[in-house]
Design a protein around this ligand. Structure first.
Ligand code: PXL
Length: 296
């Protein structure tokens, strides 16, 4: 019945390999609404079920490694075609092998494989993350077309000691070294390009074009879980809609910026994440201001 889906999907379809955390706006509860709003069908392949993301004490955790194998086997039997495979938080190091197998099994020519190597933030591994996951993520990154590490994750993948004040040349060097592992496009978030004070931003490297891009925005003194998931989801959606890399970067930075501003004005427990529901419609607004620049 599904054989004729070898042709194009009527709506772009993403296999979203992330955890499902019930409360706190991260992973699938962020990925799904963002991509759906952008007109993309999300097929979740959940890696774990948690009561909340890991930053809320006492959370439950159900590892779905075995169930993933069964889900993948069923999807293979249906011959599903995915326009993108997009992975994030994994529930066990063994799942990295499963995701690699998934990519091999469902690979097609036009498809874009996005790996968000979720490992840590602010210079530290997430408390729930095993050291072994770093090696496994290195292995998974080789299979990706695009990766979206934050600066902490870039350092962990490269074996570099984390600092906040890397120079432009050091940041470029990190992006090139990561792309040498396989991905055509490397996007590093949570950086301050040009050592600009009060600016936060992202840099990106496109290996085929040998071009670097940067987008910065005003820094807000707040940090919300799940913003990395939101960022990588907008990138995935924008590229599937046909945007160029710098426009996709612009849209993702602007979306996070609006979402943080929509949230920061309230006296609110940051662990609940950005007030996504208030800003989702902005994803369908035309790009009005564009602030990307070549990063020389
Ligand atoms: O946003 C990344 C993320 C995803 N999933 C879980 C997490 C985190 C970050 O803390 O704990 C379960």
């Amino acid at each position: 019945m599904y054989r004729n889906q070898q042709q194009r999907n009527l709506v772009p379809r993403v296999a979203a390999i992330h955890d499902l955390s019930g409360f706190g706006r991260s992973s699938l509860t962020v990925v799904t609404p963002i991509l759906s709003t952008m007109g993309i069908q999300v097929c979740p392949l959940p890696t774990a079920v948690l009561s909340t993301h890991g930053a809320i004490k006492g959370h439950t955790f159900l590892d779905l490694t075995q169930e993933m194998e069964a889900i993948i086997a069923h999807w293979k039997s249906l011959d599903l075609r995915f326009d993108s495979i997009y992975s994030g938080y994994l529930g066990s190091p063994a799942q990295a092998n499963l995701v690699c197998e998934f990519i091999d099994a469902f690979k097609n020519e036009e498809q874009c494989v996005v790996v968000d190597p979720v490992l840590g933030d602010n210079g530290e591994l997430y408390p729930s993350m095993e050291e072994e996951m770093v090696d496994k993520m290195r292995f998974l990154v080789e299979k990706a077309d695009i990766i979206t590490p934050n600066l902490t994750e870039a350092c962990l993948l490269l074996g570099e000691k984390y600092r906040e004040d890397f120079t432009n040349d050091e940041l470029k060097n990190f992006a090139v070294r990561l792309s040498n592992e396989g991905p055509q496009i490397v996007i590093i978030t949570s950086v301050s390009p040009d050592e600009e004070q009060n600016k936060a931003g992202v840099i990106a490297y496109n290996k085929a074009e040998e071009r670097f891009w940067k987008v910065s925005c005003d820094y807000m003194p707040a940090s919300y879980p799940g913003t990395g998931d939101a960022f990588a989801s907008v990138i995935t959606g924008a590229l599937l809609q046909g945007d160029s890399l710098p426009i996709a970067l612009d849209r993702a930075v602007q979306f996070i910026s609006i979402a943080v501003r929509a949230t920061f004005g309230y006296n609110y427990d940051a662990r609940e994440g950005i007030l996504l529901e208030k800003v989702l419609p902005s994803l369908n607004a035309p790009v009005q201001v564009s602030s990307y620049q070549l990063f020389d």
